[in-house]
Design a protein around this ligand. Structure first.
Ligand SMILES: [Zn+2]
Length: 136
């Protein structure tokens, strides 16, 4: 077991636990889909804003995205993180927008609109989360 502090875990509830469970099983980026009208929605939530259906299923996104915006976090320095952190707002190929971490990318090389791909990052404690990196 690592003596290093680990990443702060997301709070899990009935609306999002399934999403993290799918990521832990290897789905790089699940997207919730309304069973009533087929509209995609992310982050997961209980009711479709288009048809009010509470029935849903999900799809596995391609993982392809473009960078919509980003920010660089330097402070506060929580244990378990390596700084600076590039936080990305990405437009998924499927049309949904998501917040994630940009990895394998020098800060000076970040460009709005750059092509990205998702991969699952596994932390030292085994926690898995999707992150994005530039497409080579
Ligand atoms: Zn719907």
């Amino acid at each position: 077991m690592s003596s290093k502090p680990s990443r702060i875990k997301p709070p899990l509830g009935p609306d999002n636990a399934w999403w993290w469970d799918q990521v832990s099983k290897g789905t790089v980026f699940p997207i919730q889909r309304c069973s009533g009208c087929g509209k995609l929605r992310h982050p997961p939530r209980p009711i479709c804003d288009a048809c009010r259906s509470m029935e849903w299923n999900w799809i596995a996104a391609s993982g392809r995205a473009t960078l919509h915006s980003y920010t660089v976090i330097h402070h506060p320095a929580f244990p378990g993180y390596e700084y600076p952190i590039l936080i990305a707002l990405v437009d998924l190929e499927e049309g949904e927008r998501a917040i994630s971490q940009l990895v394998d990318c020098d800060r000076d090389a970040v460009r709005i609109g750059m092509s990205l791909e998702a991969r699952i990052q596994t932390d030292a404690d085994g926690f898995k989360l999707p992150v994005f990196r530039p497409v080579a």
